[in-house]
Ligand binder design. Structure first.
Ligand code: PLP
Length: 403
């Protein structure tokens, strides 16, 4: 039977956990998307910080095509060349000595939290299991990661939660001190909180947390799933702070749109692991890693990384121009091309309205919670596309303000 592939079909056949826009994208090129009717949109959402090189980058297509004719999948019973090459690139350009590949941010974090507990209980004592995390943080949707995440609405309703996880306010070193003890195995944080509203860690806070972790033999885990891979202007955000984690997770832009994630760590921490302790069927598959290698080489180039602050400045200038007219934004947040615009109190809880009206004016944006608008465009978006997209967005703002 032939079905009409329409937005209405979504409401019938897909588990109702999302509320997608009314149009269905069918094609993308760079920072533009076309829907089923050929209508063109400018994409400032970038697949939630995934499409760091826009849509259908010719070099990623080539890497995918070439690998697709060689080898797609062998499982981890065998290793493969693209996985080894990508692991080596990650190690050569970070603090890490070891890499574990998975398929999503949540899986990389799941591996990170399991590793932290395994390390602490093997190396120190069986009760060293406490994980310190932060309100508003987001680490994925598996039950462990959603429980470590600092937004109870995502972990409530599924029965008993994993124990020994505490949450404290972000950027509050005294709050961390108050709960840190010899039973703590890890502190986990996003250097820039992506889903939680784009708050950036202060340098004093990151340095202070590092010192506390050292004092109590706890591991420091940075979740750079959203803020990593060039997004904030350096390969990883921690490199701007000069605070070295023990474990770092990466996903989203790592595959430029192809699902892949990685957990990076040191020889010291990984020394407790042995065959069979953790694993995944698809993690590190040749297709994902071949695309990942190409995405890595493009993103980790002076050309791309040095263009990020320039692009941010254009975005912020346009937001300020809009604000001069409509007074909707209270503050600009985030780093690089992880841009947040906090709404004025009278527009609180209206972030989704801005999103929805933006699509009417053919520009795709995101929210981060109900009070912050978020822009996570391609890292190589052109100035013309930023200008044009922001002009469209200005019309959307005018409509929401006058509604
Ligand atoms: N960690 C952070 C910081 C994220 O922003 C996200 C997703 O938005 C995740 C983890 C989860 O990643 P995934 O949805 O790929 O499981």
């Amino acid at each position: 039977m032939q079905h009409n592939v329409s937005r209405e079909l979504f409401d019938k056949v897909i588990l109702p956990v999302y509320s997608p826009a009314q149009f269905i994208p069918v094609r993308g090129e760079g920072s533009r998307i076309w829907d089923q009717n050929g209508v063109e949109y400018i994409d400032f959402a970038g697949g939630i910080a995934v499409n760091a090189l826009g849509h259908c980058h010719p070099r990623l297509i080539k890497a995918l095509q070439e690998q697709s004719q060689k080898l797609w999948h062998v499982s981890n019973v065998f290793t493969n060349e693209p996985a080894l090459m990508l692991a080596q690139k990650l190690i050569d350009h970070t603090f890490a000595d070891r890499v574990f590949f998975a398929n999503s941010g949540a899986e990389a974090n799941e591996a990170a939290f399991k590793l932290a507990r395994y390390y602490a209980t093997k190396k120190f004592h069986p009760y060293k299991t406490k994980i310190i995390s932060f309100y508003q943080s987001f680490h994925g949707r598996t039950f462990f990661t959603v429980s470590v995440g600092g937004q109870a609405k995502y972990s409530d309703g599924f029965g008993p939660k994993p124990a020994d996880i505490v949450h404290v306010p972000f950027n509050d070193l005294n709050a961390v001190k108050a709960v840190m003890d010899d039973h703590t195995c890890a502190v986990v944080l996003e250097p820039v909180q992506g889903e939680g509203g784009l708050a950036s860690a202060t340098p004093e806070f990151l340095n202070g947390v590092r010192l506390l972790c050292d004092e109590y033999n706890a591991l420091l885990i940075f979740d750079e799933v959203q803020c990593g891979m060039g997004r904030t202007g350096s390969l990883y955000t921690y490199q701007q702070y000069n605070v070295i984690p023990d474990i770092l997770t990466s996903a989203k832009a790592l595959g430029g749109g192809f699902p892949i994630s990685a957990m990076l760590t040191t020889d010291q921490v990984s020394s407790v692991m042995h065959v069979g302790v953790h694993g995944t069927t698809y993690g590190g598959n040749p297709l994902a890693c071949a695309v990942g290698c190409e995405a890595f080489d493009i993103i980790n180039s002076p050309d791309v990384l040095s263009g990020i602050e320039k692009r941010r400045a254009i975005f912020i200038a346009k937001l300020e121009e809009i604000n001069d007219k409509f007074n909707v934004f209270r503050e600009y947040r985030g780093k690089g091309l992880l841009i947040g615009a906090e709404l004025q109190p009278e527009f609180h809880d209206k972030a989704r309205d801005f999103l929805n009206v933006a699509t009417e004016y053919k520009v795709m944006i995101l929210n981060a919670g109900s009070n912050v608008l978020r822009f996570t465009p391609s890292l190589i978006i052109s100035e013309d596309e930023i200008q044009e997209g922001m002009n469209r967005f200005a019309k959307a703002v005018e409509k929401v303000v006058n509604a």
